[in-house]
Design a protein around this ligand. Structure first.
Ligand code: URA
Length: 234
């Protein structure tokens, strides 16, 4: 396997960043610094990045999890809060989350040991739409919907066009579906806050065409080879 792909699959950096790491002399194979691009790495080779050994997984596993509220999407937490990895009881591989969902957001979270796939999906350039269903306070007028759809300033950053549809307007709150392809920190919450509506519940229901369907909260399933192929090509 090409060195930059190996580094990406180990979850260290994108392929482009991996090339930079190599060019800057941060990468060693079997104790020797390599600076040439396009070197091949074999099964037995020991690769180090910044002095730390790395390993690309041999067998890739990608799952979808219906993350409940009250779980964090990192691999460790100083505060001892529940982590999404605690929910993966019968998976031996070390899977890491593809992007983040807030502690209080529920819904579709992909987890994988294929760092290359994760990097690709997280990059806004790939324009993979994520669909969220939100319950927001108050009334969501068509003017507000238009502002959200066009792009809105969420504090020094103007969001890209989004697709927004009000599913139900109640007396005190509205159910809205919103599709965005960026993943700024707390982006959906900030977008609604920018038009004066507070997000009360937030759930991710799809990533691209991949929908969570009837997967129960706290449950997960492996993706089919077809679904993995779709993500690789999206
Ligand atoms: N936007 C948010 O505000 N929170 C999430 O968890 C995901 C998207």
């Amino acid at each position: 396997m090409r060195l930059n792909k190996y580094i990406a699959q180990a979850g260290v950096a994108s392929r482009r960043k991996a090339d930079e790491l190599v060019a800057n002399g941060n990468v060693k194979i079997n104790g020797q610094t390599v600076r040439e691009m396009g070197v091949d790495v074999g099964e037995e080779d020991q690769v180090e990045v910044n002095g730390r050994p790395i390993k690309a997984a041999k067998k890739f596993v990608t799952i979808m999890l219906n993350k409940p509220k009250g779980f964090i999407t990192s691999m460790a937490d100083e505060k001892g809060r529940p982590m999404v990895t605690d929910l993966l009881s019968d998976i031996e591989e070390r899977l890491f989350p593809v992007g983040r969902l807030d502690f209080n957001t529920s819904g579709l979270l992909l987890m994988t040991n294929d760092g290359d796939l994760a990097q690709r999906l997280m990059h806004p350039q790939h324009k993979v739409y994520k669909t969220y269903r939100a319950r927001v306070s108050g009334h969501l007028s068509s003017e507000k919907v238009a502002k959200l759809a066009k792009g809105i300033d969420i504090g020094g950053f103007v969001t890209s066009p989004a697709r927004v549809s009000v599913i139900k307007q109640g007396d005190r709150s509205a159910i809205v579906e919103i599709q965005i392809f960026e993943g700024r920190n707390r982006q959906v919450r900030k977008m609604f806050a920018a038009v004066g509506n507070k997000v009360m519940e937030l759930e991710r229901i799809a990533i691209g065409d991949l929908r969570m369907g009837h997967l129960k909260e706290g449950h997960y399933r492996k993706l089919t080879p077809k679904e993995v192929e779709y993500l690789k090509n999206s």
